[in-house]
Design a protein around this ligand. Structure first.
Ligand SMILES: Nc1nc2c(ncn2[C@@H]2O[C@H](COP(=O)(O)OP(=O)(O)OP(=O)(O)O)[C@@H](O)[C@H]2O)c(=O)[nH]1
Length: 393
């Protein structure tokens, strides 16, 4: 009986030792494992959530290095390209004057008729008027051509062409100085860039022309800076900056929409001086010539710029297709700012080439540049001979 009790006691002790050791081993193992995951972490994550989390988890230094728009949203910079050479541009773009050329062909075909009647001369006159040559210039050409053909007594096509060429050239006026004043100026503050101010009504092509002109200057080996004083149209500054970037020219602009255009123009001239560039080109907003406040503001833009440096050129941009209406606008602009030259845009595809003469007479300033297309290098220094030759073929 005693030995049986002893056996039970021994088995009991052995069982307690085994259970205790087992429990100790389980506890040790539990302590060495990582904490159990949160249930939410086990669910699949949405793609945006992952991206957002990843951005939030960026080290602080990286976040500080790029405080503005993420790189992925930045527009790709346009590649800097070499503009086309300036010499002979008008010759190259000659075919673009086909609309005006039709006028020349009509005039020549009238003159080649035998025994010109009054009706023929009336048709000749009407053709000139339709091309926007204006009343006075039309009368002058009519009288001179008529007189000369009478004297030379010939309706020979070659003679008629020679006479017409000579008379058209006379009224377009090859003697006018059409060069841009790109001379740097200097005063007690040192040398200043030449400063060009571009004015005109909406949509005539000011911004495009500033961009094309910057290319033209770069092609001639000059350094330039653009001023985006068109603060009314938010996209205009962007448009201008893109033009500039393509030829490696910087743009001074305001980040504030509706900022004071005079202040932007002032800053551009000032920066041009400190960067020692050759030419500063300032684009302005399209202005309605009948809104006196806007026109006053244009006068202010020019005056404020002149506190920094003299304005070398005020170029009035006119759309060749707007005819007499464009002329009226031109006159109002010249009363507010001293226009020194005209840029006639959209002469490509326009049959109104006579506007060259009409605007020169109305303003007493020469057409200096012509826009002959929407392409980057479709701007040419105006040349009277090339123009007349393109018209009469
Ligand atoms: N065919 C042709 N189109 C031109 C020429 N010059 C400009 N344009 C076009 O005319 C349109 C208006 O040009 P912009 O340069 O924006 O005109 P803007 O005068 O600056 O206009 P605002 O900023 O509204 O005052 C654009 O579509 C140009 O591509 C040209 O010589 N020929």
């Amino acid at each position: 009986m005693n030995s049986l009790v002893l056996l039970y006691v021994i088995l009991g002790i052995a069982a307690v030792v085994v259970i205790g050791a087992g429990l100790y081993w389980v506890k040790r193992r539990h302590d060495s494992l990582p904490p159990a995951p949160d249930q939410s972490q086990l669910e699949p994550r949405q793609p945006e959530e992952q991206a957002g989390k990843a951005a939030a988890e960026q080290p602080e230094t990286q976040a500080e290095a790029k405080p503005s728009t993420p790189q992925a949203h930045e527009p790709a910079k346009p590649q800097v390209v070499e503009p086309e050479p300036v010499a002979g541009r008008m010759q190259r773009l000659r075919s673009r004057l086909a609309g005006s050329g039709k006028m020349g062909q009509s005039l020549l075909s009238i003159l080649s008729r035998a025994d010109l009647s009054e009706a023929d001369w009336e048709e000749f006159e009407e053709t000139l008027l339709m091309a926007d040559l204006g009343l006075d210039a039309t009368q002058e050409v009519l009288d001179s051509v008529r007189q000369q053909l009478k004297v030379r007594g010939s309706a020979d096509a070659a003679v008629a062409k020679q006479v017409l060429r000579q008379e058209l050239l006379k009224i377009v006026d090859p003697t006018l100085d059409r060069s841009l004043n790109l001379e740097r100026t200097s005063d007690e503050q040192g040398a200043h860039p030449a400063v060009l101010l571009m004015v005109g009504v909406n949509g005539t092509g000011k911004t495009t022309t500033v961009g094309k002109l910057a290319r033209l200057l770069v092609a001639e080996g000059k350094t330039a800076l653009l001023g985006a004083a068109d603060t009314f149209r938010a996209a205009a500054a962007e448009q201008l900056a893109t033009w500039g970037e393509r030829v490696g020219v910087s743009t001074v602009r305001s980040e504030v929409e509706g900022a004071d255009p005079a202040s932007v123009a002032f800053d551009a001239v000032k920066q041009g001086h400190s960067e020692d560039v050759d030419v500063v080109l300032v684009d302005t907003a399209g202005r309605l010539q009948n809104k006196s406040t806007l026109m006053d503001e244009l006068g202010k833009v020019k005056r404020v710029m002149e506190k920094q440096a003299p304005v070398s050129e005020v170029l009035l941009v006119l759309d060749a297709t707007t005819g007499q209406n464009g002329l009226r606008q031109a006159e109002v602009f010249s009363q507010v700012v001293d226009v020194t030259g005209v840029v006639l845009t959209k002469l490509d595809g326009s049959a109104k080439g006579g506007i060259v003469v009409a605007v020169q007479r109305a303003l007493g300033v020469p057409v200096k540049l012509v826009g002959l297309g929407e392409g980057a290098d479709d701007l040419a220094p105006f040349n009277a001979e090339d123009f007349v030759d393109a018209i009469i073929g």
